[in-house]
Design a protein around this ligand. Structure first.
Ligand SMILES: C[S@@+](CC[C@H](N)C(=O)[O-])C[C@H]1O[C@@H](n2cnc3c(N)ncnc32)[C@H](O)[C@@H]1O
Length: 320
């Protein structure tokens, strides 16, 4: 396809091995959530987005649809959109349909095959748009492809789905700082954040009745068995997710159901019964807290849109 280019920044398997070995050696065993997303993990995540209990995706989509014209006006003409964690690239289409002559779309995702397929679909559906698809890790320093084919008036980062909520405060500030440098003065960010709410609603969203979120969490063990020659017995670990009001976050864990020793990349790790691997945080925000972290990273809050229940918010930020 003439309007599609692919850049592989090669997030390495050795990073996976290294981060897993370091994470499993900590007193509280942990593995960063970015490693959920192999091909299988990305597919399971799409199933999560369809679940009755998982309100974020449909709520965010409804806000986008309701306000897309106003948001597109803020993004302006001839913009270059860089999407962090683009996944299926479904949400950006709402804006591609209403933006005035967008110049290029640059999806960045760690899950290569999934992202490639999604990028091809976008390039096919929007033949006048240049799609520069990047396989990379947005938590690392990224050297992105230079785009000069068409004029670019504004660079805007699109970061939906409360993926920012996976990062602790300092890492979130670091991401905003790097993003602010990337888009430069006058550049923007359109970001979706999940708001604090009744913990029962949050609890249900991460403990769905069909067990899809549990399968997503357990797939990390499948991935380690395959890619790191590990020997996790899936029936000896249980998905456990809960909301901590003190930390304002959902924590996801894999809990060992017995005393056991597991081998990963030729190293042995002991698990006592009830011990967990901490696999994900998903922070929930109020507007003031979110504004503080974004401002510390160099972005000003321009406008906010929410649903009637205030479950989810979309923020447009700009670099002063
Ligand atoms: C929660 S999903 C959101 C997907 C989509 N943006 C949405 O809103 O539905 C997170 C996405 O970010 C990607 N991802 C997670 N951590 C990443 C990282 N450090 N660098 C690049 N992509 C990452 C995953 O592969 C996945 O597609």
């Amino acid at each position: 396809m003439q309007n599609l280019d692919f850049y592989d920044l090669k997030p390495k398997l050795s990073d996976f091995r290294q981060e897993v070995l370091v994470g499993l050696s900590k007193p509280q065993k942990s593995i960063p959530p970015k490693f959920f997303y192999d091909k299988q993990g990305s597919e399971i995540f799409e199933q999560i987005c369809e679940l009755e209990e998982y309100y974020p995706t449909r709520t965010e989509l409804a806000i986008f649809k309701q306000h897309c014209e106003e948001i597109a006006a803020l993004m302006g003409e001839n913009c270059l959109i860089v999407e962090y964690g683009s996944g299926s690239s479904e949400k950006i289409r709402i804006f591609l349909d209403v933006l005035k002559n967008p110049s290029a779309y640059m999806p960045i995702d760690i899950s290569k095959e999934h992202m490639l397929r999604a990028s091809e679909e976008v390039a096919r559906a929007y033949p006048k748009l240049d799609v520069l698809s990047v396989c990379g890790d947005y938590t690392q320093k990224l050297i992105l492809p230079v785009y000069e084919k068409k004029p670019v008036k504004t660079k805007v980062i699109f970061f939906p789905g409360n993926t920012i909520g996976n990062l602790d405060y300092a890492d979130a500030v670091e991401l905003f700082s790097q993003a602010a440098t990337l888009v430069g003065s006058g550049g923007g960010m359109l970001i979706g954040i999940d708001m604090k709410k009744d913990p029962q609603i949050l609890h249900a969203a991460y403990n769905d009745a069909k067990g899809v979120t549990a399968a997503f969490n357990l797939n990390l063990l499948v991935r380690m068995n395959r890619d790191l020659s590990a020997n996790f017995d899936l029936s000896s670990f249980s998905h456990y997710a809960f909301y901590s009001p003190k930390s304002s976050r959902i924590e996801m864990h894999l809990v060992s159901l017995k005393n056991q020793v597991v081998s990963v990349a030729k190293q042995e790790f002991e698990f006592s019964k009830g011990e967990s691997i901490h696999t994900e945080n998903s922070y929930k925000f109020n507007l003031e807290e979110f504004q503080k972290v974004a401002e510390e990273g160099g972005f000003n809050l321009v406008k906010v849109w929410s649903d009637d229940n205030q479950f989810f918010s979309i923020c447009y930020l700009s670099v002063a």
